[in-house]
Write a protein that binds this ligand. Structure first.
Ligand code: MN
Length: 484
C-alpha cells in the first residue's frame, strides 16, 4: 500500500469554510466589505437585538448552488436552516444558523492530480450554508477583550469532504483544486490571508485494515503551506503516541505557525452538545426547477473542462495547460493571444511557452498581473509571429521581449528601430563564415583532425560576427558544408 508513514496509514478529511462573495450578509443587509472600521457593519439583526428577524440573502443561496455544480454535487430542492447553540462573546445570539440536517448540496466529488500525474477522486459529502461569527480581539489591551461584529452573519459555505485523503500532499492538492473551482465559479474570492477560505483538518492514523482511530481536528488553517506543516506535525505526534501505547484524544487543536506545531484547544464536541433544532424564524429553502436550470446555464467552463479543451484544441502539453488554467484571467489571456496570431492555431504552443517563461518572469519581477502588464495582448502574438515568419530568431526575441516589457513598444517597431531583423541572406552568411574560418586556422586544423566539439566554437564566432542576428539553422548548415 502506498503512502504509509512508518507502517501507519494516514486518514484526512477536510472541512473548508469559504466566504460567499456577496455584498451583504446572509440574513441582513449589512455590507460584507473587508477592512471596514470595527463594528461599522453591524445591523440590529447582526447584534441579535430582541425582535429582529432574518431575511435570507437569495444571492448567497444561488452562489452555493453554483458551487455545488462546480463540485459535481446533487442540488437538494429542499434544504433547511438549524440553530447550533453555543455561547461565545463574538456570537451575540447564542446560536449560529447553519444547515445540519438538510444541507443544500450533497454527494459531490473533485479530482486531484497526484505527484506521479495520476488522478484521484476525493468525495465531497456536503456543502451547507451558514453564518460566520464575529471576532474576539485579545491583544489590544492587557485588561480587556474586544469584540468586532463586522464578520457576524457573513455568509459562508462549509464544504465537507469524505475522509478520502491519505497524505498531506493530497490534502493540499484538494484545497488548491477546490480554491480554483470556487474562483472559476465566482462564489468565493478565496483570499486566505483575509480569512475568506479557512481549513479545518481532521486527521487520524491506523494500521492498514484497522477501523478508524480517534481523530484530531486542527482548526482554522489559513494557508495551504500551513495545512501541510500542521498535518506533517500531527502525523508524527500521533505515531509517537500510538507507538508508546497511548491513545490519540478526540480533540480540537490549533496550529501555531511560528512554532510549526499543533496544540490542544479543547475536547471535541459532538453534534448533540449543540442542541441543534430547526430555526423557527426561517422557512425551508425550496428551489424550483427553473431556478436550478437557470443557475446551471450560468455556469462557466470549469478548470477540468478547460484543461481538456486546451490540450485538444491547441495541442499544448498537460503541464502547460495546468499552468495556463490556474486562473481564468491567464487562460483568457492565452486564448486572446492565440486568436490575435497570424499563425493560429500552430502558434499556440509557442505562445504558451513565451507566457510561461518570459511573461510570468516579468510579472513576478515587476509585481504585476496579466491585467496590469505594460503592453497589449496583441503584442504577445506579434512577437511570436515574428519568430514564426523568421523575421527574428528565438534568441533575438528575448531582447525584443525585454524591450517590449520595458517600453511598451510594439515588437515589429522594436525590431526595426534596433535593426534586429534576422540575417537570412545566404551569401552574407557564407561571407561571414569564410572570414571566421580564415581567422581561426588553428581551430580549423584541430576540427579536421577529429575534435568535432569545436563546431560550437565556429557557430558562436559566426553568430557573434553577425551580432546574434544570423539565422541559426542557416549558420549550422553552411558551417557543416564549409568545414566538411
Ligand atoms: Mn462551520
Amino acid at each position: 500500500m502506498d503512502n504509509l508513514v512508518k507502517g501507519w496509514e494516514v486518514i484526512i478529511g477536510l472541512e473548508v469554510h469559504a466566504q460567499i462573495a456577496t455584498k451583504s450578509k446572509l440574513f441582513s443587509s449589512s455590507p460584507t466589505e473587508y477592512g471596514a472600521d470595527p463594528n461599522s457593519q453591524v445591523s440590529f439583526y447582526d447584534a441579535a437585538m430582541p425582535g429582529m428577524l432574518p431575511v435570507l440573502n437569495e444571492n448567497a443561496v444561488d452562489q452555493a448552488i453554483k458551487s455545488g455544480f462546480g463540485i459535481n454535487g446533487t442540488i437538494n430542492k429542499i434544504s433547511r436552516f438549524d440553530r447550533k447553540n453555543y455561547f461565545y462573546p463574538d456570537l451575540p445570539s447564542g446560536y449560529q444558523i447553519s444547515q445540519l440536517y438538510h444541507p443544500i448540496v450533497t454527494d459531490g466529488h473533485i479530482d486531484i492530480e497526484l505527484q506521479d500525474g495520476s488522478v484521484k477522486t476525493i468525495h465531497v459529502e456536503r456543502i451547507h450554508i451558514e453564518q460566520d461569527a464575529g471576532k474576539s480581539i485579545h491583544d489590544l489591551s492587557p485588561e480587556f477583550s474586544y469584540v468586532d461584529l463586522n464578520r457576524a452573519g457573513v455568509p459562508l459555505m462549509e464544504i465537507v469532504s469524505k475522509p478520502d485523503m491519505r497524505s498531506p500532499f493530497e490534502a493540499m492538492q484538494y484545497v488548491r483544486k477546490l480554491r480554483m473551482i470556487l474562483r472559476y465559479v465566482g462564489s468565493c474570492d478565496c483570499n486566505m490571508e483575509r480569512g475568506n477560505l479557512r481549513v479545518d483538518a481532521n486527521i487520524s492514523i491506523r494500521k492498514p485494515g484497522e477501523l478508524l482511530g480517534n481523530r484530531a481536528e486542527i482548526k482554522n488553517i489559513n494557508s495551504i503551506r500551513f495545512l501541510g506543516q500542521a498535518l506533517d506535525y500531527e502525523i508524527e505526534r500521533q505515531i509517537m503516541l500510538k507507538e508508546n501505547g497511548e491513545e490519540v484524544c478526540q480533540e480540537t487543536r490549533l496550529f501555531d505557525s511560528s512554532l510549526g506545531e499543533t496544540r490542544s484547544m479543547r475536547s471535541k464536541e459532538d453534534a448533540a452538545d449543540y442542541r441543534y433544532f430547526p430555526d423557527p424564524d426561517l422557512k425551508p429553502v425550496v428551489l424550483s426547477d427553473e431556478r436550478i436550470a437557470r443557475l446551471r446555464a450560468e455556469m462557466p467552463e470549469l478548470p477540468d473542462e478547460k484543461h481538456a479543451r486546451f490540450v485538444a484544441e491547441y495541442g499544448i502539453s498537460d503541464a502547460d495547460a495546468n499552468v495556463l488554467i490556474e486562473d481564468k484571467e491567464t487562460a483568457a489571456y492565452f486564448e486572446r493571444a492565440v486568436a490575435a496570431s497570424k499563425f493560429k492555431p500552430a502558434s499556440a504552443k509557442l505562445i504558451a511557452n513565451w507566457m510561461i517563461s518570459e511573461l510570468f518572469a516579468v510579472l513576478n519581477k515587476e509585481g504585476k498581473t496579466i491585467e496590469t502588464v505594460g503592453f497589449p495582448i496583441e503584442y504577445m502574438a506579434e512577437l511570436v509571429d515574428l519568430i514564426l515568419d523568421k523575421t527574428i530568431s528565438g534568441k533575438i526575441a528575448k531582447t525584443v521581449f525585454a524591450e517590449m516589457a520595458q517600453s511598451g513598444s510594439a515588437p515589429a517597431k522594436i525590431v526595426k528601430d534596433l535593426g534586429l531583423v534576422q540575417i537570412q541572406d545566404e551569401g552574407a552568411i557564407r561571407k561571414v563564415i569564410d572570414e571566421v574560418i580564415a581567422a581561426n586556422p588553428a581551430q580549423v586544423a584541430q576540427y579536421k583532425a577529429g575534435k568535432v566539439q569545436l563546431f560550437g566554437f565556429f557557430v558562436g564566432q559566426s553568430m557573434k560576427a553577425m551580432q546574434g542576428k544570423g539565422n541559426p539553422e542557416m549558420i549550422n548548415k553552411i558551417l557543416r558544408e564549409t568545414l566538411g
